[in-house]
Write a protein that binds this ligand. Structure first.
Ligand code: BEZ
Length: 250
């Protein structure tokens, strides 16, 4: 996935804005060492640092990390892959907002890397897309692709059920303290072209294999198919479903 950090911050700032309750759940303490996994442009890393914690932000995107460094020059950021990052010194907590669902190649490897980065008793506090996330959006996409005679795209995300993710965490050596699965319909205020804009931003790589002349009609069809479920008088809504948890390393 190629990220446009500027567009991400200006059009999809809700990703960071909706992370505030997760920072509350993390409850970072002065002097704690917190790793922000999938930190994006670093907005929530900054929030955590304001509470007096030391923060290291890691993200797979060089563009995101460059923006994070420019915005928060006093914090530490590094490009890294959630599947296999390592740390020199253990952390008190690993935090992650709206990022784990992108680390879909091997979710257990991600959880193992998090565990190995934590001290015993350290906490893993995160929110990701849960089962049912973006169901109307992705169903509209798959139908539109099929109608245009295109091979169904392999979606790049991992949206686990609470039961599935609990098993993964416990198997890796975590005790679950909190696990919530809830709807969070999210206004796409900055998407004048609705679901089509969302697809361009978050599933742009799936358009790479689409003949250029087909992209516009394909996205128009995504909008037609998604509109009954996701558009009302106030505008477009993304049908987000969250999985939020706090777990402790044994
Ligand atoms: C999400 O936050 O749930 C999400 C965002 C972009 C693509 C897929 C899921």
């Amino acid at each position: 996935m190629r990220w446009n950090a500027r567009a991400y911050d200006s059009s999809f700032g809700y990703v960071s804005a909706q992370g505030a309750p997760l920072v509350e759940l993390l409850d970072p303490q002065p002097g704690e060492r917190v790793l922000d996994l999938g930190c994006g442009t670093g907005v929530l890393s900054g929030e955590i640092a304001v509470r007096g914690a030391y923060v290291l932000g890691i993200d797979g995107s060089q563009a995101m990390i460059e923006t994070a460094i420019a915005q928060f020059p006093r914090l530490d950021f590094a490009v890294g892959d959630g599947h296999d990052f390592t740390v020199a010194q253990p952390f008190d907590a690993v935090f992650s907002n709206a990022a784990l669902h992108w680390m879909s190649r091997d979710p257990d490897a991600v959880i193992d890397s998090v565990r190995d980065a934590l001290r015993p008793g350290g906490r893993f506090v995160a929110e990701l897309g849960g089962a049912g996330n973006c169901a109307a959006l992705t169903s509209a996409m798959l139908t539109a692709w099929r109608e245009h005679g295109l091979r169904e795209p392999e979606l790049p995300w991992f949206f686990p059920s609470p039961a599935e993710y609990a098993v993964r965490l416990e198997r890796a050596g975590f005790t679950l303290r909190i696990l919530e699965h809830f709807d969070r319909p999210t206004p796409l205020d900055e998407c004048p072209n609705g679901a089509a804009d969302w697809v361009r931003m978050f599933a742009g790589s799936l358009l790479d294999g689409v003949p250029p002349a087909t992209v516009e009609p394909l996205l128009r069809r995504v909008n037609e198919l998604a509109a009954p479920a996701l558009r009302n008088d106030a505008g477009w809504m993304a049908d987000y479903v969250r999985l939020r948890f706090a777990a402790v390393r044994h």
